[in-house]
Design a protein around this ligand. Structure first.
Ligand code: GLN
Length: 194
């Protein structure tokens, strides 16, 4: 089983390193050929508008949507990746690109200026002890559809959620040593390919 990291912009190498540390074969996904090889895809943090525009230009957006709808690709979006997966973006720019995969409404820049970046201990459902979560100009989930399970929340809103083969976090698990969130996603990919 191979897991890809969407490699057009953003925190790509950190995710690849975490997958390696979890002993999973990983690959940088830059085109449709590499996308076809993977059972799981991580969409990293970065700039959602830039990533969204580039994946449309490279013809990747439609292929990701298609494989996700067919149910043979698990997808994990972190931060900008979460924004790209959302059905609705409440403060999106005109023409804001979206993959429109997950039944959630997000707010892109949900934490005010003074809180643009912060780190905290966060309780994540199904993990027995909290994890250190790093938020960088992070989005939150404001609304969820009925098929969405909330995995972690703050007073400001939901910061991790799952819908079938889709996982999204507002924070950056690739920036801490803890591998549990990557392992959680790897387990999702395993159950898909078994
Ligand atoms: N708020 C940024 C965006 O709109 C995401 C920030 C991040 O990925 N660290 O893309």
């Amino acid at each position: 089983m191979k897991i890809g990291v969407l490699s057009v912009q953003g925190a790509v190498t950190e995710h690849l390193r975490h997958l390696e540390q979890c002993n999973v074969e990983s690959i940088a996904v830059k085109n449709r050929e590499t996308l076809q090889q993977v059972s799981g895809l991580i969409i990293p943090g970065g700039e959602s508008t830039t990533i969204g525009k580039l994946i449309s230009i490279f013809g990747l957006a439609d292929s990701i949507r298609k494989r996700s709808k067919e149910g043979n690709l698990a997808i994990f979006g972190t931060c900008a990746g979460m924004i790209l997966m959302a059905r609705d973006i409440s403060d999106g720019l005109p023409g804001q690109p979206s993959l429109n995969l997950m039944d959630v409404q997000v707010k892109r820049n949900a934490f005010g200026r003074q809180q643009e970046s912060f780190e905290m201990e966060l309780q994540f459902n199904s993990l027995d002890h909290p994890l250190t979560a790093i938020f960088i100009r992070a989005p939150i989930i404001e609304k969820t559809g009925s098929g969405v399970t909330i995995l972690a929340s703050l007073p400001e809103g939901i910061v991790a959620a799952r819908q079938d083969n889709l996982l999204a976090t507002s924070f950056h698990p690739e920036l801490v040593k803890d591998l549990r969130i990557h392992q959680y996603f790897i387990d999702m990919c395993h159950s898909l390919s078994s």
